[in-house]
Design a protein around this ligand. Structure first.
Ligand SMILES: NC(=O)c1ccc[n+]([C@@H]2O[C@H](COP(=O)([O-])OP(=O)(O)OC[C@H]3O[C@@H](n4cnc5c(N)ncnc54)[C@H](O)[C@@H]3O)[C@@H](O)[C@H]2O)c1
Ligand SMILES: CC(C)CCC[C@@H](C)[C@H]1CC[C@H]2[C@@H]3[C@H](O)C=C4C[C@@H](O)CC[C@]4(C)[C@H]3CC[C@]12C
Length: 412
């Protein structure tokens, strides 16, 4: 929309169109022309002012980050420059550079304070989605901490030093749960009491980082204005580009078009479409300035109309139409055996570490997350900043199915 309805340039077109029509029929009076000239002038002034904001998206080349980047370009008409900061830049960035918004790709590391500071300087808004998403034991706990916690601290300090006033942080449902006790969280909201106790490095790091962001709300940035921060907590994100969905799909193909049920169908797992999560980021960033007192220091779960289902049944909404079948109405293996296999995988990972990286999907942590009900039901984002999902469940499903069908090696 930045391109399509970009501020008032769209309005200018509209007026010019109407004027041309009027010319064909009746000559407009001087008064009419004067009014139109004034409107056009105001429109141009508006337009010059409209495209004034500089946004920085950290992790802008990741699964969620790419959707945030594209959504900003479509839905934020005030954007002048969009900076995309990532450890690994994607080739798709090139196609964005021909549009009306200046797109600046910055290869950098959030753990390097000076790189972050240089990227943040002059930005009005920072959307910090960069993170090390690792629940499979690929990275060390120290690395996860460094990227997720120290990286976030660097972003906060850079905002303070640069005078950047608005910071949106991508947190995670996992800062709440599932906790180590396996307590269910059934359609809870941001105020539902829950014992958020974790041991795994990933949720621990996200919880620490979220706290840093929320505590930074109100800190004075350069120039004396207060920093306004908030955190968004997506549940399990799905949609175009979702790596784990890709993995399940390929695994299903290898197994002759079948996947085997491991988790009871009764365990609800919260899921949210990536387009809606991106839209929520864009809206939050837009509304933080006007509603700083209400939104500053707040957390919001990301939600939409995706149905409540088990992790595997939900995946079948997309993988089913792409030719896969989920075998079994109940888990094929007893739970104790899954626990044993998960523990065995953890042991093998530890033993093999000096030789190779063994990081299967099943481990004690992923088993616990997949086996514990965790779903949200809230309207806080709607109440605080007017969020409504941009994509219906039907749209989200169709888009995801099309993406799976277009995947390399697809049976379609
Ligand atoms: N995928 C989910 O289901 C989910 C759910 C809740 C929250 N989140 C959060 O959303 C954010 C994005 O997750 P995602 O699923 O898109 O993951 P992703 O791995 O696809 O994206 C993360 C991006 O961050 C970048 N990055 C990693 N380390 C970096 C560093 N040191 N410096 C700069 N960039 C770095 C990566 O290169 C990548 O492009 C993360 O903060 C994650 O914790 C994800
Ligand atoms: C029993 C096993 C075979 C099933 C394995 C599924 C497992 C890999 C899945 C289940 C739930 C998934 C997590 C969940 O959707 C939410 C998040 C939050 C986010 O911040 C990071 C990703 C993560 C942890 C998903 C990872 C994959 C999980 C554990």
């Amino acid at each position: 929309m930045g391109q399509e309805g970009g501020g008032t340039s769209g309005r200018g077109w509209c007026v010019a169109g109407r004027l041309a029509q009027a010319d064909e029929k009746t000559a407009p009076s001087e008064a009419h022309l004067g009014a139109l000239r004034l409107w056009l002038q105001l429109g141009m002034a508006d337009s010059a002012q409209a495209q004034k904001l500089v946004y920085l998206v950290t992790g802008g080349c990741g699964f969620l980050g790419e959707h945030v980047v594209r959504m900003l370009l479509q839905q934020e008409p005030r954007l002048r420059e969009l900076r995309i900061f990532d450890l690994h830049l994607g080739p798709w960035l090139e196609e964005l550079k021909t549009g009306p918004v200046q797109v600046t790709a910055i290869q950098g590391d959030v753990t390097q304070a000076h790189e972050v500071a240089a990227a943040v300087a002059g930005a009005h808004v920072v959307i910090h989605t960069a993170g090390l998403v690792d629940v499979f034991g690929r990275a060390s706990p120290e690395t996860i901490h460094e990227v997720n916690v120290q990286g976030t601290q660097n972003v906060i300090e850079a905002c303070v030093q640069a005078g950047t006033q608005f910071l949106v942080y991508t947190s995670s449902m996992e800062v709440v749960g599932p906790n180590i006790k396996g307590h269910p969280f059934y359609r809870g909201n941001e105020d539902t009491p829950y014992e958020a106790i974790h041991r795994h490095p990933y949720p621990c790091s996200k919880a620490l980082a979220e706290r840093l962001v929320l505590e930074a709300n109100g800190r004075k940035v350069r120039g004396g204005l207060p920093l306004v921060t908030c955190a968004l907590r997506p549940t399990g994100i799905y949609g175009e580009g979702h790596q784990i969905m890709r993995d399940f799909y390929h695994q299903g193909l290898r197994l002759g078009g079948r996947l085997f049920r491991a988790v009871p169908a009764s365990v609800e797992h919260g899921r949210v479409y990536v387009g809606n999560v991106a839209w929520m980021h864009v809206l939050v960033a837009r509304e933080l300035e006007q509603r700083a007192a209400l939104m500053g220091g707040q957390v919001y779960f990301c939600y939409d109309k995706s149905p409540y289902k088990s992790y595997e049944d939900f995946n079948m909404e997309f993988l089913g139409p792409c030719g896969l079948r989920l075998v079994g109405t109940r888990p094929l293996l007893p739970y104790w055996l899954l626990v044993f296999l998960a523990a065995l995988n953890a042991l093998l990972q530890w033993l093999l570490r000096p030789l190779l990286l063994y990081a299967p999907l099943l481990n004690p942590y992923t088993l616990a997350v997949a086996n514990t009900t965790f779903t949200v039901s809230t309207n806080k984002a709607q109440r605080h900043f007017g969020y409504e999902p941009l994509f219906s469940w039907e749209d989200s499903r169709t888009r995801t199915i099309r993406w799976v069908q277009a995947m390399e090696g697809s049976v379609q």
